[in-house]
Design a binder for this molecule. Structure first.
Ligand SMILES: [Zn+2]
Length: 471
């Protein structure tokens, strides 16, 4: 069996040199007419050896040293080679290597992929960028029915992240969360009238922009976001209560903050007694704890009407002395009451979006130097891209004439990188591989988002550490 399994190419011999498999091969096509003027019987002018990179075989990068016949036409005097099938003139590599790099670079770092194929990082990046243009044109991402919107910091910019909460995938990312670009973007989302629900935190820019561009969509305030406002109010009261205490007592109180943050119904009797004892000397803190608990209990209401009534009662009975601590929550409720209560008719949360955001932080740490656009493509297509059939993806499509023409004319003999090979042979800067983008994507899909906001960070922490350690 032929080592290369390439159409119209025959492998003649091979050897491994500096961990690179070098294959000598020849082209099996004989030209009967000139590809330009169609005149018959072009004559053989000379032959050349051209070098192409190919996909790895048994872990070794592959170079094909291809003997090509050059012809000259008697009629039009043009010189040309016999055509090649399955090679990219633009990249001096086989199309299958282009596909290999394209798909791998979506889920692994450029450096890791470059090492596998024995090419430099810039080449991998170039293949990736071309491929991402093709992906966006040929595999646009469907607008979600149930959407999540959240903010995240990427490449030091606050940006907006949009997710598909049903498929648990990214929908899009834009490098800003300011009103103007956000509105411009949302006005152009294809099929935006099909969005039924948007889960969000209560950033007013999101609230208004979604209301304006997707008026049919039910906006749902993320319950974890709202719950966090209640927790924050209590935390502030807690800080104030322990401030005047002597150091020992302060530390003791600080130690119990985990229990104080736990919902009452999840505590054991023993723990509940501990909480009561900790709170007893501080009437205001005790009241804050009760207010937090009763607010969170509203989320257990069976329907929107009951929740709405409970919310009104809660606002009425909140002790005046606590309104300072609970101000952000009170403001959020008075500005977004409907949106908060919509949770009881559309029980969606934005936890997936937030979990996805936490993980994409890691991706950014691993891929040092990725710009926003590379980051965006990796997040949007990392998981999706693996299932896409690349048969029709031709790396030379954007060259004038495409691969059909370039097949006859490419004669560059540029491919050789002895320095890189030496570097790889020495193994000097071979680095340990971290968890891949794919693995992180799987973890997102495996339900880390279901744990509720407070716990998400805890559950993800070991992963975050692992990721950061291997970055
Ligand atoms: Zn001719």
């Amino acid at each position: 069996m032929d080592l290369l399994q390439l159409k119209f190419v025959q492998a003649l011999s091979s050897e491994v040199r500096d961990e690179v498999l070098i294959v000598d091969a020849k082209v099996l096509i004989k030209l009967a007419e000139c590809p330009f003027c169609k005149a018959a019987s072009p004559y053989r002018h000379d032959s050349r050896t051209q070098e192409f990179a190919d996909s790895p075989i048994r872990g070794n990068p592959v170079r094909i040293r291809l003997q090509r016949q050059r012809y000259r036409c008697r009629a039009c005097r043009k010189a040309f080679f016999e055509p090649l099938v399955g090679f990219s003139a633009k990249r001096n590599m086989t199309q299958r290597l282009v596909h290999y790099i394209a798909q791998d670079a979506l889920i692994r770092t450029f450096a890791d992929v470059a090492e596998d194929v024995g090419l430099d990082v810039q080449t991998v990046r170039g293949v990736f960028l071309d491929f991402s243009d093709w992906l966006r044109a040929h595999h646009p991402i469907a607008t979600p029915r149930i959407m999540g919107i959240d903010e995240a910091k990427r490449a030091k910019v606050l940006c907006t992240v949009l997710t598909d909460l049903q498929r648990r995938e990214y929908f899009d990312m834009l490098p800003s969360r300011k009103a103007e670009p956000l509105n411009a973007y949302l006005s152009k989302v294809p099929d935006k009238e099909k969005v039924e629900v948007v889960a969000m935190d209560l950033h007013q820019g999101f609230v208004h922009a979604i209301g304006r561009h997707m008026p049919q969509a039910v906006r749902v305030a993320d319950k974890y976001h709202v719950a966090r406002l209640a927790q924050n109010a209590f935390d502030k009261a807690h800080v104030d209560a322990r401030k005047p205490l002597p150091t020992g007592e302060r530390l003791a109180m600080f130690r119990h903050r985990g229990l104080l943050a736990t919902r009452d119904r999840r505590l054991t009797d023993d723990e509940r007694a501990k909480v009561a004892k900790t709170l007893a000397p501080f009437p205001l803190l005790q009241a804050a704890h009760a207010a937090k608990e009763s607010f969170l209990a509203i989320y257990e209401a069976p329907n929107k009407d009951v929740a709405s009534r409970q919310l009104s009662v809660w606002l009425t009975v909140l002790p005046a002395g606590l309104s300072g601590y609970f101000r952000p929550l009170i403001t959020a409720v008075s500005n977004n009451r409907e949106i908060i209560l919509n949770y009881f008719t559309h029980r969606y949360t934005n936890a997936f979006t937030e979990a996805a955001n936490k993980l994409s932080d890691l991706l950014q740490q691993t891929g040092r130097g990725y710009g926003f656009e590379v980051m965006r493509i990796k997040l949007l297509y990392g998981k999706r891209g693996q299932a896409i059939d690349l048969t029709d993806y031709d790396a030379d499509d954007d060259l004038p004439g495409g691969s059909a023409t370039t097949a006859f004319v490419f004669s560059k003999m540029t491919f050789s990188s002895p320095t890189l090979r030496k570097k790889q042979a020495s193994g000097g800067d071979r680095k340990r591989r971290g968890p891949s983008f794919a693995r992180v994507g799987r973890l997102i899909g495996e339900g880390y988002y279901d744990l509720g906001n407070q716990t998400i960070a805890d559950e993800l922490e070991p992963l975050i550490r692992e990721f950061a350690a291997t970055a």
